[in-house]
Write a protein that binds this ligand. Structure first.
Ligand code: OGA
Ligand code: MN
Length: 227
């Protein structure tokens, strides 16, 4: 009997976790080259539910302009990033389900990679047409905060030519490691400190969740500042 028929209806699992060969492949790719992307990593029902949740937040005007920097260095900079975000919370059952699956993934990745991933934070992101996020890294070396970045894509019918690719670069220089189209159900994972990346402008509204696995916030006596 396939594992999927054992699960209660309405409780989709992270498809990636049900295919151990995909998970092994992801762990090996992260170890060897620092990034991985896989299709159908998220259950389509969950992708739909997350998109619904994001649409409700959007109509409630609960998305706000993303900024750059932390705390007193925080500022909104449209020339750097144009997305609108909302941090996920466990109060919403759909968001909680996604966070549960990321927790399961955290445990599996820790077992495979010994990264000591400790906690996870994530936000919805909406890039309106023509919005972009210029080349950046998600964490700075030695800051001991974000270790692995994940992006889950929510648009179900992305077509070639729609733009909006996530472009991953080699740590130094202009070499392109990957151009990842934001297809619904796809998950991209990469090392937060090592992989510079950017989001290209799209012709359409682009919906995703960006998340980060972090180390213990007070590791080595250094208190990691809030997001
Ligand atoms: C980010 C980011 C990539 C994407 O939010 O930091 O790089 O594909 N997102 O949305
Ligand atoms: Mn990023």
């Amino acid at each position: 009997m396939p594992a999927s028929s054992l699960r209660p209806t309405g409780a989709p699992e992270l498809s990636l976790l049900e295919r151990s060969e995909s998970l092994d492949e992801a762990a090996a790719a992260l170890r060897e080259r620092g990034w991985w992307s896989g299709d159908d990593a998220l259950d389509p029902l969950l992708v739909q539910a997350l998109l619904g949740s994001l649409a409700r937040l959007q109509s409630a005007e609960a998305l706000y302009r993303a900024g750059i920097g932390r705390e007193n260095e925080f500022r909104v900079e449209k020339t750097i990033r144009g997305d609108r975000i909302h941090w996920l919370s466990r109060n919403d059952p759909v968001q909680a389900r996604f966070l549960d699956q990321m927790e399961a993934l955290r445990q599996r990745l820790n077992r495979a990679l010994f990264l000591g991933l400790f906690e996870f934070e994530a936000h919805f992101a909406h890039y309106p047409p023509h919005a972009f996020y210029r080349r950046h890294v998600d964490s700075f070396r030695g800051a001991a905060n974000r270790v692995l970045s994940i992006v889950a894509y929510l648009n179900s019918d992305w077509r070639p030519g729609d733009g909006g690719e996530l472009v991953l670069y080699a740590e130094t220089g202009e070499e392109v490691l990957a151009r990842i189209e934001p297809n619904g159900g796809r998950l991209a994972i990469f090392l937060s400190e090592e992989i510079p990346h950017e989001v290209l402008p799209a012709r359409r509204d682009r919906y995703s969740i960006a998340g980060w696995y972090r180390l213990n916030a007070s590791i080595q006596g250094q208190i990691d500042p809030p997001r």
